[in-house]
Ligand binder design. Structure first.
Ligand code: ASC
Length: 150
């Protein structure tokens, strides 16, 4: 019986959506969380960049491993831009909160491009990878232009 109850608790905990999990204990925790996700994302995107630029040879398996981390990280930061985090000293522009729908669109675009990036790495084709890498970088850049201070 105890086991059943414990599994039920585990199942319901796992089904809590990301938006419901948007409750951080403190705004600083949310800021720390989203920065961490961006840091990990940038680290692995940078490794892909070295391959896209030919600084290291294209290796489909290594590219896929890195792209999967980028795609996973791309899901995470958005729910950490919640209320109370807009006054923190960060590079986020006020537009993140003033133009919420546009910010959501930009984050959706990034996530869509990272899914395509993973798929491209798995084709094993250098060209497909480079094209998808450029599209993903474009999604990073256009969001930064609108929503991130230098
Ligand atoms: C990176 C990185 C970013 C993006 C961006 C793309 O490697 O850290 O923030 O690419 O520069 O324009």
């Amino acid at each position: 019986m105890k086991k059943i109850i414990l599994s039920l608790i585990a199942i319901s905990a796992a089904s809590v959506s990301f938006s419901a999990a948007a409750q951080f204990a403190k705004p600083e925790d949310a800021v720390k969380y989203r920065k961490a996700a961006f840091t990990v994302m940038a680290t692995h995107f940078g490794r892909l960049g070295a391959m896209a630029q030919g600084k290291v040879p294209f290796d489909a398996k290594i590219a896929a491993d890195n792209a999967e981390i980028v795609a996973d990280m791309a899901k995470l930061p958005w729910h950490a831009f919640g209320e109370g985090t807009e006054t923190a000293e960060t590079k986020a522009k006020p537009e993140v909160w003033k133009q919420g729908a546009k910010f959501k669109e930009a984050s959706d675009k990034l996530q869509a491009e990272t899914v395509k990036l993973v798929a491209a790495t798995k084709t094993g084709k250098d060209d497909a990878f480079k094209t998808a890498f450029a599209a993903t970088g474009g999604a990073c850049k256009s969001c930064h232009d609108d929503f991130k201070n230098k």
